[in-house]
Design a protein around this ligand. Sequence first.
Ligand code: SF4
Ligand code: SF4
Length: 345
Amino acid sequence: MELKNTYITNEDKFLQFNFWVTTYCNFNCRYCYETCDKPDAYMSQEIADKAIEFMYNEIDTKACNALWLNFHGGEPMLNQKLIVYVVKKIKQERPDIKLFTTATTNCSVMCEEAAECISELTVSLDGTKKCHDMNRVRHDGSGTYDLAVSNALKYLELKGNVRTRMVVTPDNAADLSDNIIHLIELGFREIMPGIDHFSKEWTEELFGTVYHELLKVREYRLAHPEYRIKIGIIDSAIKRLGKCYVGCDGYQIYINGKLYPCTYAAGDEYYEVGDIFNGVDVNAAKRINCMNNGKLEACAGCGYYEYCISPRCRIINQKLTGDHMTPSVVVCASENLKIKLHGIK
Ligand code: SF4
Ligand code: SF4
């Protein structure tokens, strides 16, 4: 069967589903927002079959032509057989749907067949061995750099390009340029640094350090145009975000078939909005939409209001500050950093 991957373009009308193939992870990264208590549970083939039916129905009802399917975990490659099964089944049953697939792996296992099924694979690497092993550890506390880099390079060779996701924390901020340059020198060309929004250790000064580190990366990039380097935090467009309505873009489909509006909410009973067996719970969805509707008073007057995730996503606010209507100071500082970086390309 043709497993050749496709990409979604501006002309496509698509829905995005986050398929939780497992909640378990064999790593225990110190900054993991999913906490160290990850249930050792996997999505079954029966649930996947029902979830696929649910997605077809959503796609057809909303007259979409494309499906963006992200395989999520825990560590998604620990349920590699299900990833392969789902992709082959959709391609066979619905060749009329343009299928785009993504996944982020910790590179603990090498899964060639699953990797072939992923249109855009992201590997999680934090940079140099020192910085990677500081946070990305196994359950016994040992560092994962050697294994992760060895498998990430195999994925790179297999796929030609993989994106690299790195987590920027207060304890590795000062090493950010070294970490990014290390990954570039290993052969990766698309680096996606993401600020650890859950850390309470961030200060204004540390955000200044991140900014200056990224200026150094820009210098390096200017000196090496032949590498065609992409750095997410510098290159990402600043877009007006619009309101979030439950289901407007798709759903989280959890290991047990329950539906949630976004990744941060998945598995939290308070945000459950139905399941793949009985469909969307309209009242639950309405309750979340109402919560997203009110104005965020704390951000009144901010010129960045329509571009920032805090006014759009009340669930992130709740997860970070304990209150839907209170934005996180770390998110605010990250969004301001993005704007400041926008001027430096
Ligand atoms: S690999 Fe990902 S899911 Fe696993 S512990 Fe690390 S951050 Fe969490
Ligand atoms: S969190 Fe900060 S950047 Fe975002 S809208 Fe509020 S004040 Fe503006």
